[in-house]
Design a protein around this ligand. Structure first.
Ligand SMILES: [Ca+2]
Length: 478
């Protein structure tokens, strides 16, 4: 199916719906649901509940079984800071990791020009807002040499508390790339790419920050006002270090073959996997060493299972506190990750693997709970969705749309997804992906074809390139 006619059926106008706050505002606030937003770093949609039966992800799977898993969720940007910008502002933004700090500078010089962030909006509407771990780009949300300068806030006016207990890793910068028992990254070449140390969850950084998140959950649950708690889980971000018990899960696992592992021949957003290659790899390269590729993939899988266990700790505490029936839960991966597809080990490209990430939304008493949706949605959609679910007014200038229709009916329609990096931008429809480079070069991939994103068909289908380019420019305004 490659016809233009079928393709043209894809687009429709979408508009946000607006809900109105109750007149009995003070009373309503107490009845409003809590929000637990779980942000997982570098998590690709390779989970058992997303079809990967060789992955041990029982806690995320249990959440999916009681909520709505979005199997076609795409982020706006294939890098932490720029993707989190869109989650936390609901707007398109810069393509760089410094996006939120740039916004913070504008807040200082021209506050009126900056619309409220997602947590700021909930805070303005009576919620207590707390973040723990890596929610914005810097864990704990501060700048400075060690990312703990109280005078340099990444998201001004957003949080009542933004916390990062660094434990043995000394400061948020040390925690961010920490390995076992307080090892801090000084020179990446001297830090192991992956590591399995025996011990409990606190041997690695996430165990410590989740302890803090559990304490916050307990104290916030005692309050009479609703809470908005955002928790960032660091793994499976590099380096791939996790307690040995999670590596054990994959000792005898046979992983499927890497899909389209060949390096693209033509012009693409391919890169040399710099973030990955700079670690100590013991002289081995997964692109040329099949056994090492399997070891790397198993290490990533172990980190996914470690992250999954942290999600389980959060959800168990929520249940113990009897808050599940009054809490909206969003689990979100900040972008995808190539494990050898297109000969890339990392993110930062505009291929499907870089932009596709898991998302699950669970709300109290949701209809069709446990049914996944295949509708295409974007990270931008989370802000308006949470507003509507919490019965808050939706800010007028958000770039996404509410997903409430898909929470009611998983068979509903989605919409094309936009993404961008420094050198190119992209639009993904139900059938195609267009990647438009800044110099005008176009890549067009047909997702109805077995060749998928390995064969650029832009020259053969100029009409599709033209329609998608116009839609991309209209949506992105650039
Ligand atoms: Ca990330």
């Amino acid at each position: 199916m490659k016809s233009l006619r079928c393709f043209l059926l894809l687009f429709c106008c979408l508009s946000s719906s607006y809900s109105v706050r109750s007149a009995e505002e003070a009373t309503a606030i107490k009845k409003q649901p809590n929000v637990l937003l779980i942000c997982i770093d570098d998590l690709r949609p390779e989970l058992r509940s997303f079809g990967a039966e060789y992955i041990h992800s029982p806690n995320i799977d249990a959440l999916a079984a009681t909520g709505r898993a979005f199997h076609h969720h795409f982020v706006q940007a294939p890098t932490c800071g720029a993707s989190r910008y869109t989650l936390l502002t609901g707007q398109y933004g810069p393509a760089s990791n410094g996006a939120l700090f740039q916004r913070a500078s504008r807040v200082k010089t021209d506050a009126a020009s900056v619309s409220p962030s997602l947590p700021a909006w909930f805070r303005q509407h009576g919620y207590t807002t707390v973040s723990v771990g890596k929610v914005s780009h810097h864990p704990g949300g501060r700048g400075g040499p060690d990312w703990n300068d109280k005078n340099q806030l990444e998201m001004p006016h957003s949080w009542d508390r933004h916390l990062l207990p660094a434990g043995a890793w000394q400061h948020p910068r040390g925690w961010m790339h920490g390995l076992a028992n307080g090892e801090i990254r000084k020179n990446a070449k001297e830090m192991d790419l992956f590591q399995a140390q025996a011990g409990g969850d606190e041997v690695y950084p996430d165990g410590v920050s989740i302890n803090e998140a559990l304490q916050q959950l307990s104290s916030l649950s005692e309050s009479k006002v609703p809470f908005f708690l955002a928790v960032g889980v660091l793994r499976p971000h590099l380096p791939f270090g996790a307690p040995a018990k999670y590596f054990e899960l994959y000792k005898d696992t046979e992983l499927p073959k890497i899909a389209h592992a060949e390096k693209p021949a033509g012009k693409t957003t391919w890169h040399g996997s710099g973030e990955f290659m700079k670690y100590n790899r013991w002289g081995r390269n997964p692109n040329t060493d099949v056994d090492f590729a399997i070891e790397v993939r198993k290490a990533y899988a172990a980190c996914v299972s470690y992250a999954d266990a942290q999600v389980g700790r959060l959800l168990n505490r929520l249940d113990q506190l009897d808050q599940r029936d009054n809490t909206i839960i969003v689990l979100w991966g900040d972008h995808g990750w190539h494990l050898g597809e297109h000969s890339i080990w990392g993110k930062h490209a505009l291929f499907e693997e870089s932009l596709h990430s898991p998302m699950i939304i669970s709300t109290p008493k949701m209809s069709h709970a446990g049914e996944a949706t295949q509708a295409m949605v974007e990270t931008l959609d989370i802000f308006p969705t949470l507003c509507e679910l919490a019965k808050l007014e939706t800010p007028a200038n958000l770039d996404g749309v509410s997903l409430l229709p898909l929470l009611r009916n998983p068979q509903g329609k989605g919409h094309a997804a936009i993404g961008y990096a420094g050198r190119a931008k992209t639009i993904r429809s139900d059938t195609h992906r267009l990647i438009l480079h800044n110099d005008g070069f176009a890549e067009l991939y047909d997702h109805t074809s077995a060749e998928d994103e390995t064969h650029n068909v832009a020259e053969a289908y100029p009409e599709i390139v033209s329609v998608l380019t116009k839609e991309l420019q209209r949506r992105l305004g650039r």
